[in-house]
Design a protein around this ligand. Structure first.
Ligand code: PLP
Length: 236
């Protein structure tokens, strides 16, 4: 059941916490974008968040995201982020609807998305998902594969690379995520020092409901927050 007032309260609470974490670390709060992760939640939750001024939404599955994008076309200012793993055979569909894809994890996937975006005549922004912990179950490119993907992105026609994304191993203590967030920032800084175009690596997508403040302290420019805004997904 949607309680729009409670949702608005949680959304504003998350915004306040982002602003305070930015202040603490000497950053401009406006340099951090909040992506509201609406996966599993129905359209009325998205409308309620949009009514409270939220414009950026994240989904982790292509099909579910496409449905929601279709159903909210009248809300013209919304921007949709694909934050979950993207299979090659769904690259075309994803490139026709999402604005930003966070989960590019290989040169071949980047190429597929670029071809699809060019064919659709539509610019798509992408981030490279980096697997820093090297967990067997995780998606993402190993850090040593990132330079080649960045290089390929420089020659893409319709796709614009703007940064890196990571998803650290699940941990009870948010502080456990800090070294992973710092490692993503360090990787970015090393790539730029090595000659990569800074605008291609400006964004760091990191931090979720339980650790977004730590991520902001470590330089996140996009935080992907679901349950702290929409509530417990298990309860849906
Ligand atoms: C679900 C999801 C999130 C948000 O998770 P919460 O804990 O609900 O904030 C962020 N990033 C990715 C990749 C996700 O799949």
């Amino acid at each position: 059941m949607l309680d729009a007032a409670a949702l608005r309260g949680r959304l504003n609470g998350v915004r306040d916490r982002i602003a305070r974490a930015a202040d603490r670390s000497g950053r401009d709060p406006a340099s951090v974008r909040l992506i509201a992760v609406s996966k599993t939640f129905p359209i009325e939750f998205i409308r309620a968040a949009a009514d409270s001024g939220q414009t950026e939404f994240g989904e982790n599955k292509v099909q579910e995201g496409l449905g929601k994008i279709q159903q909210t076309l009248s809300l013209l200012s919304l921007r949709w982020h694909l934050i979950g793993h993207l299979q090659h055979n769904k690259a075309r569909k994803a490139a026709t609807a999402f604005h930003i894809i966070h989960s590019i994890d290989s040169a071949s996937l980047l190429q597929k998305v670029d071809e699809a975006a060019a064919a659709a005549g539509r610019p798509v922004e992408v981030l490279i998902q980096v697997d820093l912990a090297r967990e067997p179950t995780k998606h993402g490119a190993p850090a040593d594969a990132v330079p080649a993907i960045v290089e390929l992105a420089a020659s893409c026609r319709a796709v614009r690379l703007t940064g890196l994304m990571t998803l650290p191993p699940a941990a009870d203590d948010p502080a456990d995520a800090r070294p992973h967030f710092a490692a993503l920032r360090d990787l970015r800084d090393r790539l730029v020092a090595g000659g990569a175009e800074p605008l291609m690596l400006a964004e760091l997508s990191m931090g979720m409901s339980h650790d977004f403040e730590v991520a902001v302290e470590e330089g996140a420019t996009m935080v992907r927050v679901g349950s702290a805004i929409f509530g417990d997904r298990g309860a849906m």
